[in-house]
Design a protein around this ligand. Structure first.
Ligand code: HEM
Length: 344
């Protein structure tokens, strides 16, 4: 028997204690006599090197409980996955989220809030029904909680832990993890509701091509005509449907490990997709929140009371105003002015 096998035996003995009911079957790797243990990190190194030379590379024992996955004590591939994945993930998050914050900041500094240049008419028209407003805020509030708690899961230990200390970070992270799991349900319901309620007005058409060709009016002061939603808003809608839908599906896969997807590769893919889509969605929604609040005068009221000022609507969504004022003239390209229906 050599020193190498003796060290292995010591590590494996410690693992047996951790597993409780599991019984190990690693006879090829372990010799029979007991020896004093070397420092844990050194053991781990040796063990991993040994495992790399063995079949799947995993250290698998035997369990008498129904969940046979519990027999996998060490899966070096998982650690490798975490290490290779963490780097790119940080970059995707940093570029997307910080990039969007910087962009919004520059836009605000250079252009300021988008104003209703003709001034308010003082006459309100109905833009959203109560159910639309409810679906939007259900999605919005749950998304913001999910975003903050999700970012904590990924980056909290690097950014927050040094600031607030271990005790506070532990309590906060425990609550954040529970909130992250539970908020997945209202978010999914919100996305489904928004998909159904807003679908009719979010089909792309030739008006959107014109809107995109003019950069959405972001550069200069022109207001390219739009129906109820402009091209940029339709992108937000479809990102909410597909991105939000993908976040929900991958989130449930992660919440119920090995129940919906049964392979380790599948679980790892779900984790990667969940992370990447979440970071891209967070970046997009930062831009959306900006334009829906301080970035555009009069926009927030639409999603708060469901009503908007007539002049705001004419400047930003003239074709929609035309449609609700003259329901029979769907294909008009210029607003005809306000006449009765839809206004109050
Ligand atoms: C939390 C802060 C948020 C604010 C202040 C906000 C604000 C707004 C406003 C004012 C509108 C109506 C725009 C209009 O009348 O044309 C709107 C629409 C919408 N919001 Fe939000 N929103 C927020 C969060 C979210 C989130 C988290 C999502 C999705 C994950 C979302 C998805 C949408 C969609 C799909 C629409 C309809 C299409 C559009 O206007 O882009 N919103 N939002």
């Amino acid at each position: 028997m050599n020193g190498f096998t003796l060290k292995l035996r010591a590590v494996l003995a410690a693992l047996v204690i951790c597993l409780g009911a599991a019984t190990l079957d690693v006879s090829t790797a372990v010799a029979q006599s007991a020896q004093p243990a070397a420092p844990a990190a050194a053991h781990e190194e040796v063990l991993f090197r040994y495992l790399q030379t063995q079949g799947s590379g995993n250290l698998v024992g035997r369990v008498s409980i129904p969940d046979h996955k519990a027999a996998t004590l060490i899966q070096p591939g998982g650690r490798e996955f975490q290490e290779t994945w963490r780097g790119p993930m940080k970059w995707i998050a940093a570029v997307a989220i910080i990039g969007m914050i910087v962009l919004v900041g520059i836009f605000y500094a250079v252009k300021g809030p988008i104003r209703t240049t003709s001034g308010y008419a003082g006459r309100l028209i109905k833009r959203f029904r109560g159910i639309d407003v409810f679906a939007h805020w259900l999605t919005a509030v749950s998304f913001v909680v999910l975003a903050i708690t999700g970012l904590n899961i990924t980056f909290g230990r690097y950014l927050l832990l040094p600031l607030i200390g271990a005790e506070a970070f532990t309590s906060w992270s425990e609550a954040a993890k529970v909130a992250h799991n539970f908020m997945g349900f209202p978010f999914t319901l919100g996305v489904l509701l928004m998909f159904v309620l807003f679908l009719k007005d979010n089909i792309f058409d030739k008006t959107d091509l014109r809107w995109f060709a003019q950069g959405g009016g972001m550069i200069g002061h022109a207001h390219p005509p739009a129906r109820k939603f402009n091209g940029g808003q339709k992108i937000v809608y479809w990102a909410t449907v597909f991105g939000g839908g993908a976040l929900a599906v991958t989130g449930f896969i992660l919440m119920f490990p090995f129940q919906i997807v049964t392979s380790i590769d599948g679980m790892q893919l779900a984790l990667q997709l969940h992370g990447i889509i979440a970071f891209l969605m967070i970046a997009l929604i930062i831009g959306h929140i900006y334009l829906g609040s301080i970035g555009m005068e009069g926009a927030f009221r639409a999603m708060w009371s469901g009503k908007v000022d007539l002049n705001w609507a004419k400047e930003h969504h003239p074709l929609w105003v035309e449609e609700i004022m003259n329901p029979t003239r769907k294909d008009s390209s210029l607003p005809a002015g306000a006449k009765g229906a839809g206004a109050d």
